[in-house]
Every structure is written in structure tokens, then in C-alpha cells.
Design a protein around this ligand. Structure first.
Ligand code: HEC
Length: 147
């Protein structure tokens, strides 16, 4: 009997420990912005990373159709034709530490709808895009990270 109960207790204990760890992380403020470990998992911010060629191609098409490349560059380097006229400059998507509002698919999809806050920011809001369109563009941007 004792042998049967023990693993269950251990399991219970590790669940409690995991809950405590999660609570701790969330109580520490804004982990999504400060801890790159949390953002760069295979599933980030509730939307799984999708690296299929179809998704990336569809995201890239939307990215170009909506003029993102004018500022951010076709390759996401942040060096589009307009970039030198803008301060603060457009992001280099390839560098995860450059993002202010998070690097996950869900966070980038939110950024596309909301723009970047602050009166001085030139990152526009794209309210006409549907959530699935924003998600496809975000998948494309995530595929450029770490390149
Ligand atoms: C008019 C130029 C311009 C266009 C067009 C533009 N952006 Fe930006 N974007 C910026 C600038 C400037 C920043 C940096 C904002 C800042 O730091 O205040 C930025 C930042 C970002 C960021 C990073 C936000 C963060 O967390 O720091 C993402 C993601 C992004 N843009 C995506 C897009 C997408 C996707 C499109 C097209 C749908 C787009 N942008 C179109 C200028 C532009």
C-alpha cells in the first residue's frame, strides 16, 4: 500500500512545486519582456510556432502586400527604403532582444493590431487585418528571428 501511495504523493508534490514556480515567475513583473527563455519556446504565447513553407510563404506575401517591408525591409533587417527617415528606427526582427512588446507569435500578432505605444513611435496600427492574417505575418517574422 505504502509503495502505491508514495509515487502519487511525489507527483502531487511536483505539481504543487510547478504551480509555485509559475506563480513566482508571474509575480516578478513582466517576464515576457525580460526573460528570453520564456518567449522562445516551441509554442509561445498561446499560438504554436508553425514553420511549414505554406505558412511562411503566406505570411511573407501579407507582409509585403501591407507595406511592412517599406520600413522593415524585405528581409526583416529593419533597413527598408523608408527606415533612415524614422526615429526610433524599425526593428531588426532577426534580433530577439530588439523587441519591446515580446517576440512570440501571439505578441507580434498583437503588436501588428496595436502598433507600438508612445507618441514618438512610427509603428502603425493595422486594424484592417484579421487575426488569422496577423498570425500568419507573425509566423513569418518569428521565422526570421535568430537568422
Ligand atoms: C512607417 C514605417 C513602418 C511600417 C510600414 C511598419 N512598421 Fe513595424 N515598426 C516600425 C518602427 C519605427 C518600429 C519601432 C517602434 C518603436 O520602437 O517605437 C516598428 C516595430 C515593429 C515591431 C516590433 C515591436 C516591438 O515589440 O518592439 C514589429 C513586430 C513590427 N514593427 C511589425 C510590423 C509589421 C508586421 C508591419 C506590416 C503589417 C509593420 N511593422 C509595418 C515602423 C514600421
Amino acid at each position: 500500500m505504502g509503495i502505491l501511495i508514495r509515487p502519487a504523493r511525489l507527483w502531487c508534490r511536483s505539481v504543487i512545486m510547478a504551480c509555485m514556480a509559475i506563480t513566482l515567475v508571474y509575480c516578478q513583473g513582466q517576464p515576457a519582456e525580460t526573460d528570453p527563455e520564456i518567449q522562445n519556446g516551441s509554442s509561445s504565447g498561446g499560438i504554436a510556432v508553425d514553420t511549414s513553407p505554406e505558412t511562411i510563404a503566406a505570411g511573407q506575401d501579407l507582409y509585403m502586400e501591407n507595406g511592412c517591408g517599406v520600413c522593415h525591409g524585405r528581409d526583416g533587417s529593419g533597413k527598408g527604403p523608408l527606415a533612415h527617415t524614422i526615429e526610433p528606427p524599425p526593428r531588426d526582427y532577426r534580433d530577439p532582444s530588439a523587441y519591446k512588446q515580446g517576440t512570440s507569435v501571439a505578441e507580434i500578432a498583437d503588436t501588428i493590431a496595436a502598433g507600438v505605444g508612445g507618441a514618438s513611435s512610427k509603428m502603425p496600427q493595422y486594424l484592417h487585418l484579421s487575426e488569422s492574417e496577423r498570425t500568419l505575418i507573425a509566423q513569418y517574422i518569428v521565422s526570421l528571428q535568430h537568422q
